[in-house]
Design a protein around this ligand. Structure first.
Ligand code: R2B
Ligand code: URA
Length: 301
């Protein structure tokens, strides 16, 4: 029997005998007795999320190596037939691609939260490993998010539900963020900081860029906005943090956001990185999160 209310907050699910997780193409044939799902996914402790399939495949390979798991087996995309998102499983970790922005990520997140619920995973931790624009920090800095701010610079996530404005707090789990910082004390040539993260609905106007297809504000207005964000503790801007923190918190699941900054938005808007720099930058959240997972698992064993 599935335990009610674990990793989930929906009484209607109790009335469903089966549940097809359509976008990740996983069928929970018998929700009251999901033995197959428990067998396949019951050991999952960490759900890692990132924008693209290739990055999540690279993460899966990296984690397999540092966690000393079997590296001979081919990594298969469990959700390939869903044709939307990629999901790889390496030991107790799922590595999933979420696309760009809150609406795409929220579809995946609802289905993954239901998956860990049906699989009876014990206290799973969800972590996004992403890219972002820095605010007043050097490019290449890794930001572990404390609180998320929306495009109005409010520390909340707003969503229209049944024609009504529903507002939820957008705060990441403090303990997980603390542990991520604690285990990041290895030798490195870049900064890892704890900061707030703004999540915009749009890469261009929503992030105050001057280089979109349209722009109805001045450079001075843009700089004033970024200054206000900085004063609220915002150190990076991306496109998922408010929805991600609010939804996970609403269902009682711990979550963290670990993003590398590709540029300092106080100095410009265009992302100019060589392929090598981009690869180096994208590896940084892998290392931070990898060390965290390795240490948490070591302590459990
Ligand atoms: C960061 O990078 C992507 C946009 O380029 C988006 O997913 C995000 O949050
Ligand atoms: N991703 C974003 O959302 N913004 C940036 O500036 C860089 C990456």
């Amino acid at each position: 029997m599935t335990k009610s209310n674990q990793n989930i907050n929906n009484p209607h699910l109790n009335t469903m005998t089966s549940d097809f997780l359509y976008h990740i193409n996983i069928n929970v044939a018998d929700t009251k007795n999901p033995t197959e799902i428990i067998q396949k996914f019951g050991d999952v402790k960490f759900v890692c999320l990132g924008g693209t399939k290739n990055r999540m495949l690279a993460l899966a390979k990296y984690l397999r190596k540092i966690l000393q798991l079997d590296e001979t087996e081919e990594l298969v995309d469990i959700s390939e037939a869903g044709n939307r998102y990629a999901v790889f499983k390496v030991g107790p970790v799922l590595c999933c691609s979420h696309g760009v922005g809150m609406s795409t990520m929220s579809v995946l997140l609802h289905e993954l939260l239901k998956l860990v619920h049906y699989a009876q995973c014990k206290d799973p931790v969800f972590i996004r490993l992403g890219t972002s624009g820095g605010v007043g920090v050097n490019p290449g800095t890794v930001v572990v998010s404390k609180e998320a701010y929306n495009g109005y610079l409010r520390n909340e996530h707003e969503i229209a539900i049944l024609g009504k404005r529903v507002v939820r707090p957008a705060i990441f789990d403090e303990q997980v963020a603390n542990d991520l910082m604690k285990y990041s004390k290895y030798e490195r040539d870049y900064d890892i900081i704890w900061g707030n993260t703004m999540a915009a609905e749009c890469f261009y106007e929503g992030q105050g860029r001057l280089d979109g297809a349209c722009c109805d504000y001045t450079e001075a207005e843009k700089m004033e906005f970024l200054k206000q964000a900085f004063e609220k503790g915002v150190r990076n801007i991306e496109m998922e943090a408010t929805m991600f923190s609010a939804l996970t918190r609403h269902v009682g699941v711990k979550a963290a956001d670990v993003c590398v900054t590709l540029l300092n938005r106080l100095n410009g808007d265009q992302v100019h990185l060589t392929k090598e720099q981009k690869e180096d930058f994208e590896q940084r959240p892998f290392t931070v999160v990898g060390e965290y997972i390795r240490n948490v698992l070591k302590q459990e064993n």
